[in-house]
Design a protein. Structure first.
Length: 183
């Protein structure tokens, strides 16, 4: 079952989960939820959230280094293994304002959620209800009523993405394949 953390989504982004203590001096191992685990080392502050939705006070990241599918972090105020052990299972949140700017061909998934999607010709398809990765690319799930479309997040399909919506130029047949039995 996937981890579920409740937190103010308008302020924070969940970037990983503390999996276990590392060493004796309060470091923790964090599993990254992004494709690039090394990104975890760029954040200078974090807030942790437990499975009940309780937020910690802000922690300064004193040291960070990438490792495997995550990072090893030393957080201020966590100075021994016992303190680090108590953080196991916590979600690692970063402030949205601390996120680096997305490149032209990159998208923060949370910024796409609930945006309207239409074709370049003006055909309304619905709203983004979720996004997932199929291993080759990220896929937007767009739904309106009983209609659902799976739209790949690739340059040749995404014409424009703004805070007001997403405009796509689907290749021939994409919308018909996706519509299937829903229409």
């Amino acid at each position: 079952m996937a981890d579920v953390f409740t937190f103010p989504e308008d302020q924070f982004l969940l970037v990983g989960k503390i999996t276990k203590p590392h060493g004796l001096k309060g470091e923790v191992k964090v599993f990254a939820y992004s494709e690039d685990p090394a990104q975890l080392v760029q954040y200078k502050r974090t807030v942790l959230v437990d499975s009940g939705g309780q937020l910690s006070s802000e922690h300064v990241v004193e040291r960070a280094r990438a490792q495997d599918r995550g990072a090893i972090l030393k957080l201020d105020g966590i100075d021994n293994r016992d303190e680090a052990q108590r953080l196991q299972g916590s979600g690692m949140l970063v402030y949205q304002e601390d996120l680096p700017a997305a490149e032209d061909d990159e998208y923060y998934w949370y910024r796409l959620h609930d945006l309207p999607v239409e074709t370049a010709e003006g055909q309304y398809l619905g709203r983004v209800v979720s996004i997932f990765s199929n291993g080759a690319q990220d896929i937007m799930v767009v739904r309106s009523g009983q209609s659902e479309y799976l739209i790949p997040l690739i340059d040749s399909v995404i014409k424009e993405q703004t805070e007001d919506g997403v405009v796509i130029t689907p290749p021939p047949g994409l919308l018909e394949i996706n519509a299937g039995e829903h229409e």
